[in-house]
Design a binder for this molecule. Structure first.
Ligand SMILES: [Zn+2]
Length: 226
């Protein structure tokens, strides 16, 4: 592959870039919004300090859907690597063998790691309180909501009722500021436990507004919400 930044050829651009932190393209707005959505969900920022020679922070995303990680990695077009995280067995064991949990609910986890980038340094701000929290100036876009939804969202299906969307957010549980994010979209969700719930009408509205990913069929089945 030819490196766009220096014009030389390398077998693995990500490896070449690991040693050349000035070799970084600008990240466009849509991709920034996707990173924000990932960070609202399963993403985390890994600080640059203490990682060998690395100066800039990197982003990691842990998810059980490997196809999604590939899809988002290709879409964003910043060099990335996908590796196997915990197996289903390890995830279950880490949970502490609680007798109330079903082993079948545990899946192998994959890890998507994007190459370090100065933009990720800005996102370290989310951790200023000591744990990851949404920043005050956050606003939703189709890209950020789409990425947040695939990480933490699901469709509630109940017999005799129309399906509706919910998004889990343990860290922000019960906070009005999270509900306020949806004001601009004329959508009014409610908290119930650690999830925000949307009415059937609001689910349809968001459904048609947000970016959707083909690797997440089970969250996007068009027969469920139209
Ligand atoms: Zn180069």
């Amino acid at each position: 592959m030819i490196c766009d930044e220096c014009g030389n050829e390398y077998q693995r651009i990500s490896q070449h870039w690991a040693w050349n932190e000035d070799h970084r393209p600008e990240i466009n707005e849509l991709n920034k919004e996707r990173f924000i959505g990932l960070l609202m969900g399963d993403g985390c920022i890994e600080s640059g300090a203490g990682n060998g020679n690395r100066k800039n922070a990197a982003m990691l995303v842990h998810n059980i859907n490997k196809e999604f990680l590939e899809e988002i990695g290709d879409l964003i077009s910043l060099p990335y690597n996908i590796s196997k995280g915990k197996t289903a067995e390890q995830s279950f064991e880490n949970f502490g063998f609680d007798h109330n949990v079903n082993k079948d609910n545990f899946h192998a986890v994959y890890r998507l790691s994007f190459v370090s980038h100065p933009y990720f340094n800005e996102l370290k701000e989310w951790y200023s309180s000591g744990r990851k929290r949404f920043p005050k100036d956050l606003s939703l876009t189709p890209q950020s909501l789409g990425c947040w939804y695939v990480c933490d969202g699901s469709i509630e299906r109940r017999d005799g009722r129309q399906p509706r969307m919910r998004i889990a957010s343990v860290n922000e549980q019960g906070e009005q500021t999270v509900l306020d994010l949806f004001k601009e979209l004329d959508v009014s969700p409610k908290w119930n436990g650690h999830s925000i719930y949307f009415s059937v009408e609001d689910s349809k509205k968001l459904w048609n507004w947000m970016e959707r990913y083909k690797s997440f069929e089970r969250k996007y089945s068009s027969t469920v919400i139209q």
